[in-house]
Write a protein that binds this ligand. Sequence first.
Ligand code: F3S
Length: 423
Amino acid sequence: MKRVYLTDYEQEILEGKHGEGTRMAMEIVIKMGELYGADRLIPVKRAHIDAAAYTTIWDAGTEFIVYLADHGAKCAVLTTINPLSRDIKNWKELGASEKFALKSKRLEDAYLKMGVIPTWTCAPYQSTNAPHFKEVVSWSESNAVNYVNSVLGARAERLPDMVDVCCAVTGRVPAYGRYLDENRKGDVLFRLEGFDDTWFQDSVDFAVLGYYIGEIVVNKVPVIEGLPERTMPDDFKALSAAAASGGAVALFHAVGLTPEAPTIEAAFQGTSDYEIRIVTPADMEAMEKRLNTATSDKVDMVLMGCPHLSANEIAEVAGLMKGKKVCDGTQFWIMTCETQYNLAVRSGAAQILEEAGVVITKDTCLMEMDEGDRRWEGQNFVTNSGKAAQYTPAINRVKIHMASTAGCVKAAVSGRFSGEVRR
Ligand code: F3S
């Protein structure tokens, strides 16, 4: 196994001169580096931790985090963190048991002791933690890794849960994978053909495209040619999340839109031995059909905010919900973080939605809230998210209809799915 070169400071940490928690974290980062053939560690200035939800790491993971915190481990760099298994203020109203809430709280307290910025969001790049071009970061949460790598041009890898915590504590990541320029070259060109202006007006199209591409490339680097110039950060968020869950994409390039792809040549780093795939509206429609697993038009839940909605997206939903009510027998949940929620309160969007019967959850994610009670099992969900379309059937045992933002609102108001994904 290749040996990881350590600086004097890193060696000191490994020898325990900076405390037991930090020593243990460094030992794990080095082991991870050895496994991936890294020859050195790279210092970082910021981190984002995925392993926040109790239902992601359960009791064994919690014990590990508590051990680190109790043995002096502190985040060495600016560190944000993913959603929890509970909404901190409204967990009771949202159906969590006291026992479950306390398990989550124990984990939250350990992270706070370590000095995380308690963002509890999976879209930190839209709140307080947006790395700059070429900045090396310690990152996890698959959508966030894909977003900062691709859209911001930072250097990130899909660090495993718990290793992400160790990297934040040591301020180091192993030099491997997408941290290295040579591993950032495109592998497959996806050329969009035959799409008129009605396409890519709503983030659901970006989600479907992301899922379609992710399934094909798995963990290779796709290069997308033909996305419209008007593509917005929220659209890229939907694409990043879907590509990272339909496959395991950690980096994509969009020609003319993302920083490492001003041209096709740049995206492929001057090479020409890449595969070309044509994507047509028929491919997208076939993908939509596959993601739609619900067989009845009845809607039990409309779920938006996977990844967490921005204040901009919340305002869009509020504009569509104004003067309407969520149908009896249907729930409409929007998932976001406290920061974006506060902006939505200031703009008045949150009040419009809450008066209409929409539940806005903060700090959490429906997929992390199931404490084994299978409360959604057998229900029909409508969502605009490719990642939710992948996760909720597996985790929550529900069926899915994909819909645009307007389609989600219509489904919530009528309690029925219209059968149209893009309207
Ligand atoms: Fe975020 Fe949960 Fe989706 S963490 S990306 S809302 S699965």
